[in-house]
Design a protein around this ligand. Structure first.
Ligand code: GLY
Length: 408
């Protein structure tokens, strides 16, 4: 089979490694991929140019396409591929709304009585400012409805901060829609599943370390590390999420005519008042995929094809723990970022490259999340020891990382 993977970061690198292990696969293309993705042919096409990608997939007779970034799905690549009978495991443009509109998903959760955070939605700056000026209990979370590259999630700890955030969002785009949400705390985890219509096949759970550090003031990022499985989450809690959250959501999307097919993932918090959903996403997470897929022992491509072709997939997992530590450029995510050379010394761990480029036969950071060092072992302590030993070898003064990945 010929596989096409769309995207260029660590998640797509982990997807590539999983596809390379498949006995069904003969050739893999990455579009655009990055310079450290070995064993695949890079395709020099803009990943948002759906027409050119479709032409490429037709010309090369691609058997299966996998998409990393949600914004490519949100453009309707699946709809276009469907027109040409090209097989792509991912949702249509309308089904991707489960991720691309936070308000849409909140309404769906309300309809299905899926527990989620309290929120108020605003499209008018003055009304939003009036509301946040009157808030008495902080913190609150302010989210942009659509999902911009910086994730569009801000934590306000005072009326002044909330006012500034609202103004910044509306200054950037006067037509913004925002959600002002209750801030919740508890045990956090993400759960992934392969979905086709109302059929839901759960994968494993993952914890994403979302901020630059574990302090309250730390900025939200795309994720500074991850581990799978997640300590202190019980099988009963996982079953509750699958039965009461993922399955009703998939069924409702199907019955409403959206027909979701692809990776579905929910971000969950177990609060003192019970389980609540923070969000749904229509893809694999990054860096979640980098610790999830190395634990998969069954054939990734076979599992996906089984779901697409209405067979029961036989999904098998390694019981080991996988942890991944991201090395990001100083200043990420908001300030000036360094783009220094990466000192690629030999290490024991697997490295998935997130943002790198080659110049004069050297590998340079692109200035955001650069790479993730992942290690597997029988427990968290051992996996941390292995991963952090290699982080020490790869680190430099230009990069930073969190020291608490895999600690609970
Ligand atoms: N790590 C969060 C995400 O992929 O959305």
């Amino acid at each position: 089979m010929k596989i096409l993977i769309i995207g260029k970061g660590g998640r797509e690198h982990a997807m590539l490694e999983a596809c390379k292990k498949s006995k069904l696969v003969d050739k893999i293309y990455v579009l655009p991929g990055n310079c450290m993705m070995e064993g695949a042919t890079r395709v020099d096409i803009d990943m948002y140019d759906i027409e050119q990608i479709t032409d490429f997939a037709l010309k090369e007779k691609i058997d299966l396409t996998l998409v990393g970034p949600a914004d490519v799905l949100a453009l309707g690549i699946k709809d276009e591929f469907n027109k040409h009978d090209l097989r792509l495991f991912g949702p249509t443009k309308s089904a991707t709304r489960i991720e691309s509109s936070r308000y849409f998903t909140k309404q769906l959760m309300e309809k299905l009585k899926i527990p989620t955070t309290e929120y108020v939605v605003f499209t008018d700056r003055e009304l939003a400012l009036k509301f946040v000026s009157g808030i008495e209990k902080f913190p609150v979370t302010i989210k942009i409805d659509s999902i911009p590259k910086n994730m569009g999630i801000f934590i306000a700890r005072s009326n002044k901060m909330a006012i500034d955030i609202v103004n910044e969002i509306f200054d950037e785009n006067e037509n913004s829609k925002i959600l002002v949400e209750e801030y919740i705390i508890g045990k956090e985890f993400s759960i992934f599943a392969l979905v086709k219509n109302s059929k839901v096949y759960p994968l494993q759970i993952v914890k994403d370390y979302k901020r630059t550090s574990d302090t309250d003031e730390a900025e939200h990022t795309g994720g500074m590390g991850a581990c799978s499985p997640v300590a202190k989450i019980t099988d009963i809690e996982i079953e509750q999420v699958v039965e009461k959250i993922l399955k009703p959501m998939a069924k409702s999307m199907y019955e409403d005519g959206y027909g979701f097919e692809g990776f579905l993932y929910g971000e969950i918090v177990v609060t003192k008042d019970g389980i609540k959903v923070l969000s749904f996403n229509a893809r694999l997470g990054d860096p979640e995929a980098e610790v999830l897929l190395p634990r998969l022992e069954s054939d990734f491509v076979q599992n996906i094809l089984d779901v697409m072709e209405d067979r029961e997939p036989e999904i098998k997992w390694n019981d080991d723990v996988c942890i991944g530590v991201v090395l990001a450029s100083n200043g990420y995510p908001s300030k000036e970022k360094c783009q220094d050379k990466i000192n690629l010394v030999p290490v024991e761990s697997d490295i998935y490259f997130m943002g790198v480029e080659e110049k004069n036969n050297e590998i340079y950071a692109k200035g955001g999340r650069n790479l993730i060092v992942t290690a597997m072992a029988e427990d968290f302590e051992k996996a941390r020891e292995l991963a952090y030993a290699d982080v020490e070898k790869l680190r430099s003064d230009s990069f930073f990382y969190r020291e608490d990945i895999g600690k609970f």
